[in-house]
Design a protein around this ligand. Structure first.
Ligand SMILES: Cc1cc2nc3c(=O)[nH]c(=O)nc-3n(C[C@H](O)[C@H](O)[C@H](O)COP(=O)(O)OP(=O)(O)OC[C@H]3O[C@@H](n4cnc5c(N)ncnc54)[C@H](O)[C@@H]3O)c2cc1C
Length: 550
């Protein structure tokens, strides 16, 4: 049942409980402030009273979000889990992406900050934030409690080729700077063979404080504001639960933080009258918001939705007689009983492995004709066209230049309207150089055969044959749309304190503020950004209007 929001006010209202929202809410409440965390989706992990689970987990406190071997279920059944309003895959449950993702967890190399971020957010500035994150969430490369890594044939065969070509095996988060000609086992934010990460660390410390509140099934429709001053958040209850009405921030000093993800934060800003005029006009004309939208003379024109980026993914596929596919999809409804028993009794066995059997993870760098170095991460998994195939996805990361744009439809769904993949010729050159190199490396593996590209196919022809489209290149690592930057010059949405330009007390803290994509899967970098943002927000003196000088 929906409940009307109580009259109580909060020092901080955080919108969205993902990789950005949970840590920032924790740190703000730790400083003694009253904090309300709003999440539009339902609870996920069993730790937070989530209920979505297969029959074999009945009677346990675990859900599909907790067991690594079930993480892939989102690609079979995302009903009630995936956001319905984003056009790309994103988690709309408590924890957002860090409840539904594959838990790959990388300490960002310094290059990720130094190439992408503005002054004040370079690697030297980020070090203490990154250290704090890895103290709380160190991650593991051996999730099974017996210390055994299961079904490693894929890792071993690919490694033979890497070793022969001079690659070095590393412990990725201990040697996080070594991102060229290196490989390792994947590191996951898993503990006791269950999903850990922000849901089991930052959210637990926050929830233990009396000044912290969490409302699930409660969507922020818009930030209520008068000019540059946010006064509260208008709510919409969902799934027959949660809160309706308007919740206000503490008069004079309260602040609102938008952490609704790259697609979601842009939407909240558009609906609050912040963004390019063409987008705000769509909201104004929409049957949902029309006359309730903030009046045009209050609109703030900022480049929300631009500078969108994602790892452009290019899959290659190989096969080897030693490799065996383990059917993680069947593990949901018809699992192998001995694997279930091992997992439930001892947290050991195949189901402690993040589906679908990842590794090795490989790093290379290429420098195409523009002289700008691109970082590449290669993610191998035992899954492909046949039972003995492996797919190796190439992610083009730090250094990539192409950018896209998201927009909003009259139904108020956000979607990628300009796909950011390979719009720049040297990005494409980098992808081709990387694949050409990896083909040579993998040819050093005895008895390996090529599925795609075929052994005869030319690499450029192969890369050109895969459309630069969402369906074929999407990596679910969306960043950008509310970019951080030092000046309100048409390229940035938030300032170096993550405060929205033109607003006194509205902030954005999540993947959307990233100016560029990272080397690896981004969630640890996003949590690090949330740590840094929390410190900067707490250090900010009262807003201008409190000081009486506006
Ligand atoms: C299937 C999948 C697999 C992935 N695998 C990995 C991986 O292995 N490793 C890795 O590092 N990264 C991975 N990622 C990416 C990573 O999870 C995301 O980059 C990260 O979670 C983004 O963090 P965020 O805080 O920006 O947004 P999110 O984590 O998406 O959080 C946003 C939250 O806001 C909520 N929300 C949105 N709008 C509103 C509103 N109006 N009111 C209230 N709440 C709202 C959403 O429900 C959501 O909970 C994966 C992503 C997906 C989808």
């Amino acid at each position: 049942q929906c409940t009307t929001a109580p009259n109580q006010t909060y020092d901080y209202i955080v919108i969205g409980s993902g990789a950005g929202g949970i840590p920032v809410a924790d740190r703000l409440s730790e400083a003694g402030h009253s904090v309300l965390l709003l999440e539009k989706g339902p609870p996920s992990s069993g730790r937070w009273n989530g209920t979505m689970k297969p029959a074999w987990l009945e009677g346990t406190n675990l859900t599909r979000f907790d067991v690594p071997g079930l993480f892939n279920q989102i690609w079979r059944d995302s009903n009630g889990v995936a956001c319905e309003d984003t056009g790309v895959m994103a988690g709309c449950v408590l924890g957002g992406g860090v409840a539904v993702n594959s838990a790959l967890w990388w300490k960002p190399p310094t290059r990720d900050w130094d190439v992408n971020f503005p002054e004040g957010w370079k690697s030297a500035d980020m070090k203490s934030s990154v250290d704090k994150v890895f103290q709380r969430i160190p991650g593991t490369d051996t999730p099974s409690q017996d210390g055994i890594r299961y079904n490693q044939e894929g890792f071993e065969r690919i490694s033979e080729g890497l070793d022969a070509a001079g690659f070095k095996q590393v412990k990725p988060n201990e040697q996080s700077e070594e991102k060229n000609m290196t490989y390792g086992h994947s590191t996951f934010f898993i503990e006791n063979a269950e999903r850990q990460g922000p849901l089991r660390t930052y959210l637990e410390t926050a929830a233990a404080r009396s000044q912290f509140s969490l409302w699930t099934n409660t969507m922020a429709r818009r930030v209520v504001r008068t000019g540059g001053r946010a006064t509260g958040v208008e709510l919409q209850c969902r799934n027959g639960a949660g809160f309706n009405g308007t919740v206000n921030v503490t008069p004079g000093t309260g602040r609102v933080i938008v952490s609704a993800g790259t697609m979601g934060s842009a939407k909240v800003l558009f609906r609050s009258g912040i963004g390019p005029t063409d987008m705000l006009n769509v909201v104004k004309k929409s049957p949902i918001d029309n006359e309730t939208m903030i009046s045009e003379d209050q609109w703030i024109n900022l480049p929300v939705g631009y500078n969108l980026n994602d790892h452009v993914g290019t899959d290659i596929q190989v096969a080897h007689p030693d490799i065996r596919f383990y059917d993680f999809y069947k593990a949901y409804n018809t699992p192998i009983q001995t694997d279930v028993d091992a997992y439930l009794a001892n947290r050991t066995g195949m189901l402690t492995t993040v589906a679908p059997n990842l590794g090795p993870i490989i790093w290379t760098e290429v420098t195409p004709s523009d002289g700008r170095t691109r970082s590449i991460q290669w993610q191998a998994r035992v899954e492909g066209r046949t039972n003995t195939s492996m797919t190796i996805t190439q992610y083009l990361g730090t250094g990539s230049i192409s950018r896209g744009r998201l927009d909003i439809t009259p139904q108020l769904n956000t979607r990628v309207v300009t796909v950011p993949y390979l719009r720049n010729a040297t990005d494409k050159e980098a992808v081709i150089m990387g694949i050409e190199h990896m083909r040579g490396v993998l040819n050093g593996v005895a008895n390996l055969t090529w599925v795609t590209p075929t052994a005869e196919q030319n690499t450029t022809t192969f890369v050109n044959s895969i459309p630069a489209a969402l369906a074929s290149r999407n990596s679910n690592h969306w960043v950008g749309s509310c970019t951080i930057g030092p000046a309100n010059d048409g390229t940035a949405v938030v300032d170096l304190d993550t405060k929205v330009y033109g607003m006194d007390n509205l902030f954005v803290v999540d993947a959307s503020i990233f100016p560029g994509i990272t080397t690896g899967n981004p969630s640890a970098a996003i949590v690090s950004v949330a740590e840094k943002a929390a410190a900067r927000i707490l250090a900010l003196k009262g807003t201008e209007s409190e000081d009486g000088d506006v």
